[in-house]
Design a protein around this ligand. Structure first.
Ligand code: CA
Length: 124
């Protein structure tokens, strides 16, 4: 598959988010479990690092992995995850210093899925 364009990712992030946003909440909750590995009994990754709320981005990322079939789908899901986390930080009422720390946490979460998410994406 040839490398996808910047516009491809931009368009597909929005499309994927719209698809998941329109799914019934019960279906989303059945697939997603917030941050951390799907099916984990104990949540190993906090949903609210440094006061940021990553629950919705993490749950939609779970659904993206559930729906995705190939490497491009995975990358689109990972990018959507980052965008949703950053939007949540931009629009919260926390201080600048707190937002800076939350953005660092968001990038750490993104790097975790982008570089180490293959197992979760392909083994489902
Ligand atoms: Ca999860």
């Amino acid at each position: 598959m040839p490398p996808m364009s910047y516009q491809y990712y931009l368009d597909h992030i929005a499309d994927l988010n719209r698809i998941i946003a329109r799914m019934p909440k019960a279906a989303v909750d059945e697939i997603g479990n917030g941050c951390g590995p799907a099916g984990a009994k104990i949540d190993l990754v906090p949903d609210n690092p440094l006061g940021a709320d990553f629950t919705l981005p993490c749950t939609r990322h779970d659904v993206a992995y559930h729906l995705g079939e190939n490497a491009e789908n995975k990358t689109v899901g990972d990018l959507m995850f980052l965008v949703l986390m950053v939007i949540g930080i931009v629009y919260n009422d926390d201080s600048e210093i707190q937002k800076r720390l939350q953005l660092t946490a968001a990038m750490r979460y993104f790097k975790a899925v982008y570089f180490r998410g293959d197992d979760a994406f392909y083994n489902k």
